[in-house]
Design a protein around this ligand. Structure first.
Ligand code: BGC
Ligand code: CA
Length: 350
């Protein structure tokens, strides 16, 4: 039977510090390594949905990094990944069950970011540190407990970088102004309503252009809920309405939607406008290399996974999390965004 940390101590901090101490104690007592099961750290990972390109890359990175840490630290890290299927009630039940089964830390990609207070109170009651990622709770909720953290990128920064990609292309010459009227005509494909990344990327992408003195005209905008298929359907509808020639730029809040727009233009055999996304997923980078997607903004999924694991391990070890990650205001770990165009890919290539 596995000796779990939970069985020796009741509170996670002591329990966690015990991970390493227990291993030493076993050795000191003369127990051979062969007889001693490695200590186990149990981490619950709740995803808003598994059916999301970017989120599934974070989950895969977390899994890969946990395996590496196991090797290095001689311990076991059990990740229990649950799929909230975009339903907050389902996710709360899943988290209740993870806590009930005695997890040592929770990483939560919350379905409804306004529902964080309930969750923080549950985690606090059970004394299980709670790391939110990618879907950011409102600031007041984060103050409810010292062991509530958020790991992610600053949404407005993603918007600014996306806006700058378009600004540079606009300033590079007249080609982007297809109809030569001195105004940049665009459409916007938005992520899920209410998501900080959808609201702020939309706002800051456009603001970056207008702040630089570019006159813009929004031809259409709609939500496609981060999804390639939905984005393709919206873009197809705009093309059917005859907007094809008029669209100079497609802003998409993420790469999947940018790719959906490209699908629609290709299917309709229309010339591709300048399309920009966010995330730098593998298929998006292929589209950048193929010169179909003008550019994207890398959303550091591996960095998010790394920071979460570092936080979990530090907390489990009973050490100060600020020593393991760069912690802002005691609660936030921010990962930087980075713009990517075909030029960047060429520079990187050997
Ligand atoms: C990503 C999207 C993803 C969403 C999910 C965003 O940060 O850019 O691709 O669908 O998070 O919450
Ligand atoms: Ca124009």
């Amino acid at each position: 039977m596995n000796r779990t940390i939970k069985s020796c101590c009741s509170r996670w901090r002591r329990k966690a510090a015990g991970v390493f101490c227990a291993a030493l104690a076993a050795l000191a007592a003369g127990c051979g390594a062969a007889e001693t099961e490695p200590p186990v750290l149990r981490v619950g990972v709740a995803l808003y949905t598994q059916d999301d390109t970017f989120i599934s890359t974070i989950a895969a990175e977390l899994e890969r990094m946990a395996r590496e840490e196991e090797q290095e630290r001689g311990m076991r890290i059990n990740l229990s990944v649950v799929d909230g299927r975009s339903n907050q009630t389902t996710q709360l039940e899943q988290i209740d069950s993870l806590i009930g089964r005695g997890c040592d830390a929770l990483c939560v990609n919350i379905v409804d970011r306004t529902a964080a207070a309930v969750l923080i109170d549950k985690a606090r009651k059970a004394d299980v540190p709670l790391i939110f990622f990618n879907r950011q709770p409102v600031a007041e909720d984060m103050l409810r407990w010292e062991h509530a953290y958020y790991v992610g990128a600053k949404a407005e920064e993603g918007g600014v970088l996306q806006g700058r990609l378009v600004l540079e292309a606009w300033q590079a010459g007249p080609a982007l102004d297809r109809n030569g009227d001195g105004v940049l005509q665009y459409v916007m494909l938005e992520g899920e309503p209410g998501h900080q990344d959808a609201m702020l990327r939309t706002e800051y992408a456009v603001k970056t252009l207008t702040d630089a003195g570019v006159a813009v005209e929004k031809l259409a905008s709609d939500t496609a809920n981060w999804k390639r298929g939905q984005a393709m359907a919206k873009a197809r509808q705009w093309l059917e309405e005859g907007m094809g020639d008029a669209i100079e730029v497609v802003f998409a809040n993420n790469d999947d939607m940018a790719l959906g727009a490209i699908d629609a233009f290709k299917q309709a055999e229309e010339d591709l406008p300048l399309v920009v996304g966010v995330d730098a997923t593998a298929p998006a980078l292929e589209a950048v290399a193929a010169r179909e997607l003008y550019g994207t903004v890398r959303n550091d999924g591996a960095g998010i996974a790394r920071a979460m694991l570092d936080l979990v391990l530090a907390l489990a070890d009973g050490s100060d999390p600020a020593g393991a990650v760069e912690l802002e205001d005691g609660h936030y770990v921010w990962l930087p965004y980075r713009a990517v165009t075909a030029r960047d890919l060429e520079e990187k290539a050997p």
